[in-house]
Ligand binder design. Structure first.
Ligand code: SF4
Ligand code: SF4
Ligand code: SF4
Length: 587
């Protein structure tokens, strides 16, 4: 399967290697490859979490919009199965206008997925009525079904042997309108693309609300303004209590009214991590009555699905859904209409086992040589260093993902650089406390007599920089102005320094390279003196020659003088700061 055939993919060039998707993926179905975070379809459950959290929009759902347009253009009768969460997405839009807008796109008609939900609830009630005890896990959410089949295979036999509300609705539409019709789902879910891929005979495509908004825009359709007609009604009957499905607990509310379900305990849980925690280790044989568990991958339910414009499951959204749900006399009394039975087999993901020696070798690569080095900080996306080591051994992770190791490596490199630079270097924070320095700095500015009682020469970190040099105004100015500053010939005691102060972290950290140029200056002065002496001694001769050779030699003298001045020079510039960038004011 190519990258873009799976319901989600990574736009490699957008990926900034932040590993946020790795950290948040509940099943660690992402591997780092060629510098970007790739989804591993065999491990993925299509929950859409990575799509939600990626700050660079590098994770995207497969775009099925073009295929949907082609389907319409093919002249087939294409119907929409509209998710009940549309009420929360298109807040305040009357159903007729939504239907009219979709029909204007070319769809033959629009049905409510919630009608399939009502069918599912009736079947669940029957199943619960037939049981004296045992466990049924809902199969309304395809991401949960995928999760259970892949990661909780021992729970797979407890998956309710029914198709999802969407597939049930597709079957009902086909039963009613003909086997040849095509059905396209429109909703907030990425996992529904898995259902379309697995059951093309029932569901042709799955589009998101975002896709539909885009299609409306491209077609110049404004749903709020569209004119409606008597034909703008949901096909088959209008759904009632089934419209409560997209909120957590909504499914249970629709099963409860059935007499057959009275004996059952019903509970709900949402969010894959919560489902993992609640279902793992559950002992169905301990239940003395039938237990039904409604599981939804998105926290709060489909109203918080990954393709909702607003992904919160706040009270306002839930209220909106509840207001639209109609628990009429038919709730709890519906007859079974269609055969929606579906068996789910295991798809267990088998983790490769690694020996202790292999794990230790992998840990050593990231600088973890003993238990005390294993910080288990989670920065890499894995909850323990050992799990990260296993991921490296499986080819899913790279050593660079270990933040603590990278930090230590960076520190080691910085220290090595500091050591090998022959000039004094110091790094200070915004309060001018020393963060780092090299031996040359201590050698140059630390003195037993002056600092011995307060600071140890071997550890000046945390010391006040002002106790060692008196030109810290350059450091303060660099911090304030967020600019690098260079000043030549700074006098400190009987020595001269060329100082470069550079920003490391804006307003927070500055570094300074302080080059002792005293000897160099003395050398220059001596050369200048000698040059002047030569000039003095030979002046008469030069003048004579100048008389002879005229202006040309006079220029030579000027040149000689200028060289001498250059060597002696610098004093006149010593008070001039030279901004490296555009420093204007030394505060
Ligand atoms: S979240 Fe994942 S896909 Fe997005 S930029 Fe970060 S590493 Fe790349
Ligand atoms: S869709 Fe879910 S399971 Fe798949 S990679 Fe993204 S976060 Fe992981
Ligand atoms: S909770 Fe709803 S939106 Fe979220 S994955 Fe499941 S079916 Fe899709």
């Amino acid at each position: 399967m190519s990258d873009r055939e799976y319901p989600l993919y990574t736009i490699k060039n957008n990926c900034v290697d932040c590993y946020k998707c790795v950290r948040r993926c509940p099943v660690k179905a992402i591997k780092i490859e060629d510098g970007s975070a790739q989804i591993v379809p065999d491990l993925c459950i299509a929950c859409g979490t990575c799509y939600r959290v990626c700050p660079a929009k590098a994770k995207q759902p497969r775009n099925d919009l073009t295929r949907a347009k082609h389907l319409i253009e093919s002249g087939k009768d294409v119907y929409v199965s509209l998710a009940p969460s549309w009420i929360a997405e298109f807040d305040g839009l009357p159903a007729e206008k939504m239907i009219a807008s979709l029909r204007r796109l070319g769809f033959r008609g629009v049905g409510e997925t919630a009608a399939g939900a009502e069918e599912v609830s009736a079947h669940i009630a029957c199943l619960l009525g037939e049981k004296e005890s045992g466990l049924l896990i809902s199969t309304a959410c395809p991401a949960v079904v995928e999760y259970v089949r892949k990661y909780l295979p021992e729970m797979t036999p407890h998956l309710t042997p029914l198709s999802s509300p969407l597939l049930a609705h597709c079957r009902m539409l086909k039963d009613k309108l003909g086997k040849d019709i095509e059905v396209v789902f429109v909703g907030p879910c990425i996992a529904k693309k898995l259902e379309a891929d697995a059951h093309p005979e029932l569901l042709s495509l799955s589009l998101s609300f975002g896709d539909i908004r885009q299609w409306f825009r491209e077609a110049g359709i404004f749903p709020e303004e569209i004119r409606t007609s008597v034909y703008d009604k949901f096909v088959m009957t209008k759904a009632e209590e089934g419209t409560a499905y997209p909120i957590e607990g909504g499914m249970i509310e629709t099963v409860k009214p059935y007499t057959a379900a009275r004996n059952a305990y019903m509970m709900q849980v949402s969010g894959i991590q919560n489902i993992k925690r609640e279902l793992a280790g559950l002992k169905a044989e301990n239940f003395d009555r039938p237990v039904f568990i409604e599981c939804l991958a998105c926290h709060g339910g489909c109203v918080a699905g990954p393709c909702m414009s607003n992904r919160s499951a706040g009270f306002d959204k839930r209220l909106n859904i509840l207001k639209n749900s109609n628990f009429s006399d038919r709730a709890g009394k519906r007859e079974l209409q269609a055969d929606i039975s579906l068996q789910y087999g295991e798809k267990a993901v088998k983790d490769k086992e690694f020996g202790e020696a292999e794990i230790k070798r992998a840990l050593a690569v990231i600088g973890k040589y003993g238990v005390e080095d294993e910080l288990n900080c989670g920065g890499c996306g894995y909850d323990t260093c050992r799990n990260f080591a296993r991921a490296m051994l499986s080819g899913k992770a790279e050593p660079e993902m270990c933040v603590s190791n990278m930090k230590q490596q960076a520190q080691r490199k910085a220290n090595a650089l500091l050591r090998c630079i022959p000039s004094p270097i110091v790094i200070a924070d915004s309060r001018l406390n020393i963060i780092e320095y090299n031996d040359k700095f201590a050698e140059t500015f630390w003195s037993e007599a002056e600092h011995g009682e307060i600071y140890e020469r071997n550890d000046l970190r945390g010391a006040d920089l002002r106790d060692f040099i008196d030109f810290t105004n350059l450091f303060s100015a660099s911090l304030d102005l967020e600019q690098d500053i260079r000043r030549e010939h700074v006098r400190f005691g009987d020595r001269l320094f060329d100082v470069v102060v550079f920003n490391i972290d804006k307003k927070q950290i500055v570094g300074g390279i302080i080059q002792d140029v005293t000897k160099m200056e003395m050398k220059k002065e001596r050369i200048a003196e000698k040059a002047k002496d030569v000039i003095r001694k030979n002046l008469a001769t030069v003048q004579q020659i100048a008389c002879t050779l005229g202006e040309h030699m006079a220029e030579t003298e000027i040149l000689l003088r200028s060289i001498a001045e250059d060597y002696a020079g610098g004093e006149s510039e010593s008070s001039v700061e030279k901004p490296i960038k555009s420093y204007e004011d030394d505060k």
